[in-house]
Design a protein around this ligand. Sequence first.
Ligand code: BTN
Length: 260
Amino acid sequence: MSKYNRAAVTTGLSAPYTVDFHDRIGSTNDRARTLAASGRSGVVVIAAEQTSGRGRRGRSWAGPRGGVYLSIVLDPSLAAADTPLLTLGAGVATARAVREAGVPAGLKWPNDVVVRVVDGRAVDPGTAGNAGEERKLAGILTERTHGLVVVGIGLNANLSAGDLPAGATTMRDLVGPVDRVALVQRILAEVHELTTDPDTILPAWRDLATTLGRRVRVSGDAGEIVGTAIDVEHPGRLVLDTPDGRERIAVGDCEHLRPV
Ligand code: BTN
C-alpha cells in the first residue's frame, strides 16, 4: 500500500487541486478557511491526523491517525443560496469512492455516508430492508467564507470503530485496510466532476439515498417533524409527507425510524 503523503496524493491526481498536506493539524476546515481568507481556491487541505476536527452544528469530529480528513476550497459558479448542493455532491463523491473500494455505502440526508451492517458485514442498503443497523462511515462539513466554499470530508478509513463515537463504523472493520491515496484521489476526481456539472448532483444523490422512502424524524431549529421522506429537491431540501401535509426542510438532523 502506498505511503500517505503529499507526493503520493499528487502523483496521478486527475482533479486540478493543489495539495496542502499536513501530518497533523487542528482542523483541515480551519486551515482551508485561512487559505480562503487569502483568496486561495482550488486547493485541498489533507491531514493524516486531526486534533480538533469540527462536525456539523458545533459538534467535534474525532481525528485519529488512519482516517481521511480533507477540506477543499472551491470557487463554485453557484449562488450562495445553492451551497447545500455542494454538501450533497461531496456525499455522492465520497460514497462512490467508498463503493469502488468495496464498501456498499449509501447517503443519509443531509451529509452522512452510511453503511447497513448485518452480523458485522456491510450489505447493500437497497437489498437489506431494516435488517441490522445503519452506521456512519463519513460526514461532510460545508462552510462559506470570503466568497468561497470549504467542503470538509471526514471518512473512517483505516480506523477501528472502538476508537470512535457510538454509531460509527470504519472501512477497515468492514473490508480490511484500504489504500487512502487511491481513495482520496477518487473522492477529489468525483468532487471536481460533480461540482463542474452541478445539475448531475441531485439525481446522483437520489440514486444512493437511504433516506428516501423512509419514515424519518428531522430535528432542526424549528423543532421536530416526523414524516416519510419522499424526495430531495434543489438546492438540498428534504421533502417530507407528514400527517399535516407536505414539508420542505433545509437544515436539520435526520433520524431514520423503523416503519410503523
Ligand atoms: C459531521 O458529520 O458532523 C461532519 C463532519 C466533518 C468532519 C470533517 S474532517 C475534515 C474536515 N475538517 C474538520 O474539522 N471537519 C471536517
